[in-house]
Design a protein around this ligand. Sequence first.
Ligand SMILES: Cc1ncc(COP(=O)(O)O)c(C=O)c1O
Length: 480
Amino acid sequence: MDQHSTPVFDGLLKYKADQHFSFHVPGHKDGLVFPEKATAIFRQLLSIDATEVAGLDELYHPAGILRDGEKLLSDYYGTRASYFLVNGSTAGNLIMVLAACRRGDAVFVARDSHKSIFNALKLAGVRPVFLSPAVDADTGLATGVDDSAWEAAIRRFPKPKALILTYPNYYGMAASAARTLIAKAHACGAAVLVDEAHGPHFRLGAPVPPSTLDMGADLVVHSAHKMLPAMTMGAFLHVNSNRVAKERVTSAREMMQTSSPSYPIMASLDLARYYLAHLSSGQLNEWITHRNQFVKGLQRLKKIKVMEAEPGQFLLDPFKITLELKTEETGFDFQKQLLAAGIYPEMADPHRVLFTLGLTGRIDYKTALGKIGACLFKFHQGRAYELKSSYVFPMWSTLECPYDELDRMERKKTDLDHAAGQIAAEHVIPYPPGIPIIVQGERITKVQIGAVKNWLTAGAAFQNESINQGKITIYRAGAL
Ligand SMILES: Cc1ncc(COP(=O)(O)O)c(C=O)c1O
């Protein structure tokens, strides 16, 4: 196909040129009606901020520019079908699970999944079996489910309907076990759904890790907005086989998304695909060389360590850079200094700061490097703390009772010390490693409570306010 064309973007330009009177939504009338103080910033974008009006096609029944844009997308990724999403990988994950699973199905799920996957499991009413990912000895980070968790679970639950993986993780670690797991899942008839939110550029070739689309995954979600030049909320959903009926995917897509999709977002998705399709290997090499020089400079800074790949265990996305602190100060302290210097990282955890690079050679890494070095100047070499917890995540675990039974129970807060034997009504996730110590719906054990306390002492961050105060929400016996 002609990857030079950008049908969605071109269609919007035509709309802009043709239209003289807007007697339709949105209410800003192509930017005519807008608060004066914001007009200068918004004007250009509002002039193409249309939704489904005549000539601009329909997202859920495409027959024009959106059909053409999605066909080009599918052609670039080599899929059976690919779709634009306007509500991020969050919507994509909900759609994948609802399309592939039916109520009561046994589904294998990576324990370190994004919360949208947990929400999807609940919505679909499946029976999840949570598989624990391997933990990298060097960094303490979860690197993805490996073979041993699969083997342990498959002995007990021989007929899973689906396997749900995250690949790569937030830090860009792409588990080497993914290929084997996909083959094993297919061998026992399970569909493989992959949350590849952080890997929409994984079709670029080495040194960028391979996409699970190339390993035969059946449904794959990409947050285009995370790593490609696409607008926030723009994402892709790919159907890569006929294991899951396309009709179920399209129907779930309509159920989980707005009926007024944003055309600027979809045009940016069209342009992101165009950008990828036009990238030459020479250009990619140039960017990687530029990035490698930046990394070399970072490696010269004594108070940080740049995370490296562990061949055999995981590959690393070169467009993610994780800096591990070798100081008494934490990743959060480092982040504070960086923000003050105008450098905005993607995120921090107690030990690290993560940078997400752009697919370009245009970033002024030299100036950034000087500022990063200055931020570390007052830090003290040493170690803030060690995570001494000996807690080992169970190879697999299940919910204490089905989601709809959990849904009928009341909730209350209780002291962590009194929570053993109760059913958890919230996930308890320390960062790092970002794997739930306790999954909502699991019966809480004394060992898990000990682990939560260990992580708290070590300074790990929990998203739950209650945990930071030594409390946890549990389900109370008795139906609502
Ligand atoms: C692994 C993973 N999956 C899904 C999501 C949700 O993506 P989005 O923000 O595109 O909805 C995130 C967000 O950070 C994520 O890290």
